[in-house]
Design a protein around this ligand. Structure first.
Ligand SMILES: *Cc1c(COP(=O)(O)O)cnc(C)c1O
Length: 400
């Protein structure tokens, strides 16, 4: 059956069984290589690639099943799975850019992405301009005749910035510039950037898609009028296969399993996040809350247009970085750890954790103020989450 007419939640669950065994749970093909049996050798010599199995760096049936699932779930024409979210980002960029090209990106991106733009990509002769992509005027001004890519995040860490996608896509496409969006913080359950015209979506599947804090992986999806139709297959053969960052079959299986409960998990996580944001906004020890679902958020209008349920991520500012750390050390139910998107509420202080290696001046330009605490809200009962946060806020002034 075609899943096109189904609701997102049904598409998340549904996939065709493996033809031979008809097993409902898709098998893990834990094999590095595959036999050249029957006429496979002749097919490969004649040019067959994805239609046959050769070697798992070039592709593996479990990985293909995961890719097919994500493509139909997100309305993409094609999907390529990678070993991590960072591999998805670097492969998407290296699949488009050459020495001499220019990128426009946001001041605020995921810490490793920012460091890649700021310290590494220049070594390949690619230049970068950082702007605030929530302001289309700044974006337009930064474009030059060398600009090949506009890159931003659908929901940007940690201020939860929501750039106006339709407008940015229109500006970029009128100059033939490819738009790449990192959708990790939103997840496909909250935002489908292809539906706003974004050409390439990259995502860390480690986060919401997997959802259980147990597997690292990434995805690139394509739906574009300006890229060649076979662009992503070209990235598979000529970039991923050469740089060598395929998703392992076991992780593909874990992420495929995780994706089936994506809609259900994220719906609960979003309603918990909204309730926690409202609670925090009324708390005397909280200076400011950043949640796109709150009318006080500067991008609340873009968020209403582009996001379903406003996401499961929020941040808030307390008196100082030290107060933030003390707060997190006091939490008992919520988990003080890096990463996000899993079943458990996970918290961190972005300034001195994820963004530690970024100088404080740059951090401040990203909106990472001192005393910022970030929550990835999980599926625990909201009363228990709030009770845990409340007891930690109550004791935040006491040295741990
Ligand atoms: C985690 C993350 C990444 C990188 O993903 P990995 O799977 O850790 O490589 C990229 N972008 C965002 C927004 C992320 O949160």
């Amino acid at each position: 059956m075609s899943s096109k007419k189904l609701d997102f939640a049904s598409r998340a669950v549904f996939y065709e069984p493996e033809p031979e065994s008809q097993s409902v749970s898709y098998p893990i093909y834990m094999s590095a290589n595959f036999q050249y049996g029957g006429d496979i050798y002749d097919q490969i010599v004649a040019g067959a690639r994805k239609e046959v199995n050769i070697y798992s760096r070039c592709g593996n049936p479990t990985e293909y099943k995961f890719e097919e699932h994500i493509a139909q779930l997100t309305g993409a024409d094609a999907c390529l799975a990678t070993a991590s979210g960072m591999a998805a980002i670097s492969h998407a960029l290296f699949g488009i850019l050459k020495a001499g090209d220019h990128i426009v990106t946001d001041l605020t991106t995921y810490s490793s992405t920012h460091e890649f733009f700021d310290h590494r990509i220049g070594d390949f002769g690619i230049t970068v301009t950082f702007v605030d992509t929530s302001d289309p005027v700044q974006v337009e001004r930064a474009f030059t005749d060398k600009t090949k890519v506009l890159y931003f995040e659908a929901l940007a860490n940690p201020t939860m910035k929501v750039p106006p996608m339709r407008k940015l896509v229109e500006l970029a496409h009128s100059r033939g510039i490819v738009v790449i969006c990192d959708n990790t913080f939103a997840s496909p359950a909250v935002c489908l950037p292809h539906s706003f015209g974004v050409d390439v979506v990259v995502e860390s599947a480690t986060k919401f898609i997997g959802g259980h804090n147990d597997a690292v992986g990434g995805v690139i999806t394509q739906k574009s009028d300006i890229l060649p139709k076979d662009w992503l297959e070209d990235v598979r053969w000529n970039t991923l296969n050469k740089l060598g960052a395929p998703l392992s079959p076991f992780n593909a299986w874990l992420l495929l399993r995780g994706a089936q409960t994506l809609a259900l998990r994220v719906e609960k996580q979003c309603s918990n996040a909204a309730a926690l944001a409202r609670y925090l906004e009324g708390h005397e020890k909280v200076k400011r809350v950043f949640y796109p679902g709150l009318p006080s958020h500067p991008n609340h209008e873009s968020a209403k247009e582009q996001l379903r349920n406003f996401g499961a991520m929020l941040s808030f500012q307390v008196e100082s970085e030290e107060h933030g750390v003390r707060l997190l050390k006091r939490l008992q139910l919520c988990c003080f750890a890096a990463s996000l998107g899993g079943l458990r509420t996970t918290t961190q202080v972005p300034g001195t954790m994820a963004f530690l290696d970024i100088p404080s001046q740059e951090r401040h330009a990203m909106g990472i103020v001192d005393g910022l605490v970030r929550f990835s809200v999980g599926i625990e009962h909201i009363d228990d989450i709030i009770a845990d946060v409340e007891q930690a806020l109550d004791q935040m002034h006491i040295d741990v």
